[in-house]
Design a protein around this ligand. Structure first.
Ligand SMILES: *Cc1c(COP(=O)(O)O)cnc(C)c1O
Length: 224
């Protein structure tokens, strides 16, 4: 297994010019592979298993920005609260309250993205647009000082039909623009996390400013 450094350099050059931040998704990949990208200057890495993230963070340099990109269970928040930089897929007030509580214990403010459900297929995770409006309203009524909502995250349908993917991303981008004005003490929507290996180009084309790329850099993952 080798890291595709050439692909990384090309994508990095392209996306830096467009002011798009790259999160290198290293889930299931070994420490050595992460180090290879780290040595090329990559500092943002994404994981979606809590234990794996905690183990890797303990072993790797402290200037890595760790992103938690998976579905986070409330009872696991405490394991990543001491160090996580950005939690990408938050979809309930209950989870936000727990993140706030755990962040307070470490005297931190943890940045979170709200996950919006944009794909056609059924999914258990993410909020639709009206649910998101409701959540933002609820948030403005409770004093959660140790979290800040810094943007939105979405995943397109698993399909080869890139016109569908583009439509979904465009819709999320429009929605992001629509609500981006809503600012409070702990809501400031600046980050739009959308796009993975197969669809990041389309995502960037329609306004993503953060992409989560795994297999293009690290190779395909075996099933876990
Ligand atoms: C695994 C994962 C990615 C990266 O997927 P690739 O297709 O390997 O680029 C991006 N986002 C989330 C939420 C993931 O779970």
């Amino acid at each position: 297994m080798t890291v595709n450094k050439v692909a990384y350099q090309i994508i990095k050059k392209d996306l830096e010019a467009k002011n798009v931040r790259i999160v290198a998704v290293s889930k299931t990949k070994p420490i050595a592979a992460i180090k290879e990208l780290y040595d090329l200057g990559q500092r943002d890495f994404g994981e979606n298993y809590v234990q794996e993230l905690a183990d890797k963070a303990a072993e790797l340099p402290k200037d890595i920005n760790w992103h938690y990109i998976g579905h986070l269970q409330t009872n696991k928040v405490r394991f990543i609260a001491p160090f996580v930089q950005l939690i990408h897929a938050v979809d309930s007030l209950k989870l936000l309250k727990e993140i706030n509580k755990q962040a307070a214990k470490h005297d931190r403010v943890i940045a979170c993205l709200l996950q919006v459900y944009i794909a056609q297929e059924e999914s258990k995770f993410g909020l639709n647009e009206s649910e998101l409006d409701i959540l933002l309203n609820e948030l403005s009524t409770c004093e959660l000082k140790n979290i800040k909502i810094t943007g939105l995250m979405g995943m397109a349908s698993f399909t080869d039909d890139m016109s569908v993917v583009k439509m979904e991303f465009r819709r999320l981008h429009d929605f992001f623009n629509k609500i981006a004005q809503q600012q409070t003490s702990n809501i400031k929507l600046e980050t739009l996390s959308m796009g993975m290996s197969s669809d990041y180009k389309i995502a960037v084309e329609v306004g993503s400013n953060m992409v989560r790329i795994g297999s293009l850099f690290f190779g395909e993952r075996s099933k876990k």
